[in-house]
Design a protein around this ligand. Structure first.
Ligand SMILES: [Zn+2]
Length: 304
């Protein structure tokens, strides 16, 4: 039998449990892939109690802006881990803001596991061609053009469903290959190369807006697509451009033909994935299951 004091305690506990179940502080965060390494693109899913007006998170100095899905209480953010991130635990700080200005914060530690990208050790340093003054000026001017493209703001996601490979050929060089000279890191391959005979059609990996489509010194004819919230894909060394800056493109739409323009050793397609300055592995992105935002949206539910 419960004593009066124990009965009271029991009641207080019951009320506390009931209150906890209703409190909006409960955030269930999950992500895919489960095992994250440097260069991994990640889809975060936040199941939140209540109806916050915004769900934001900071992770490794980058801002994740979650967007609500058509499923109740389920928010998503497409993000990733830069290729140069060292393995270890990184704390993600979440912040929910409610209409009554109540703010709920929660922290989650996420492990970034060691990657297994290829490592190449070169004993004889390559001869780096020193660009002349005129070329250096061009490179500097193009850096500003690229920075402007990379800072493009599209607050809503424009992608829907999985990202698809932009070309139907085999991979010639994987992402993340680290080249070292005498133990000193010289370069990291921040993209994925495909074998491509000149003139092979190249298509948009997902829907979005073309934020750059022009010829650049290193990249050659280059296309950059913003899929929203600064999640971008890049396509380089094209022989021909079929889209222009500011144009909206659909997933699978032809954006150009492959080539060997710019500083390319031969005909191939270099494709890259960039999110807020972080370079992610395209091959991992093609495998990532992503929600179909277009078909999931009810008419009038989203702005697009
Ligand atoms: Zn490449």
């Amino acid at each position: 039998m419960l004593s009066r004091r124990n009965a009271l305690l029991f009641l207080v506990t019951l009320i506390a449990v009931a209150a906890a179940a209703q409190t909006p502080s409960a955030i269930e965060l999950s992500w895919a892939p489960r095992a994250i390494a440097a260069g991994s693109p990640c889809l975060f899913r936040a199941h939140v109690a209540g109806s916050p007006s915004s769900v934001q998170a900071k992770w490794m100095g980058r801002e994740l802006i979650f967007f609500p899905s058509s499923a109740h209480h389920l928010w998503y953010a497409l993000a990733g881990v830069d290729v140069e991130t060292k393995p270890g635990n990184y704390t993600l700080e979440m912040e929910l803001t409610f209409l009554n200005n109540q703010v709920v914060r929660q922290r989650k530690t996420i492990l970034v596991a060691p990657d297994n990208y290829k490592r190449e050790t070169l004993r004889v340093p390559e001869r780096f061609v020193q660009p002349d003054a005129e070329t250096l000026q061009r490179i500097e001017a193009e850096r500003k053009i690229k920075d402007a493209a990379f800072s493009h703001q599209a607050p809503e996601p424009e992608w829907s469903g999985r990202f698809v490979p932009p070309i139907d050929t085999t991979v010639s060089e994987g992402f993340g290959t680290r080249r070292t000279f005498n133990g000193k890191l010289a370069s990291i391959h921040r993209g994925l190369d495909y074998h491509a005979k000149p003139g092979t059609p190249v298509t948009a990996a997902n829907s979005g807006e073309v934020v750059l489509a022009r010829e650049l010194f290193y990249e050659g004819n280059c296309v950059i697509i913003d899929h929203g919230q600064q999640f971008m894909t890049l396509y380089m060394h094209l022989s021909h451009l079929e889209v222009s800056e500011g144009e909206k493109v659909e997933k699978g739409q032809e954006i150009g033909l492959s080539g060997a323009t710019g500083r390319a050793t031969g005909p191939h397609l270099h494709t890259a994935v960039r999110w807020q300055g972080a370079y992610l592995d395209p091959a991992q992105l093609w495998l990532l299951q992503l929600p179909n935002l277009l078909s999931a949206a009810q008419p009038g539910e989203t702005g697009n």
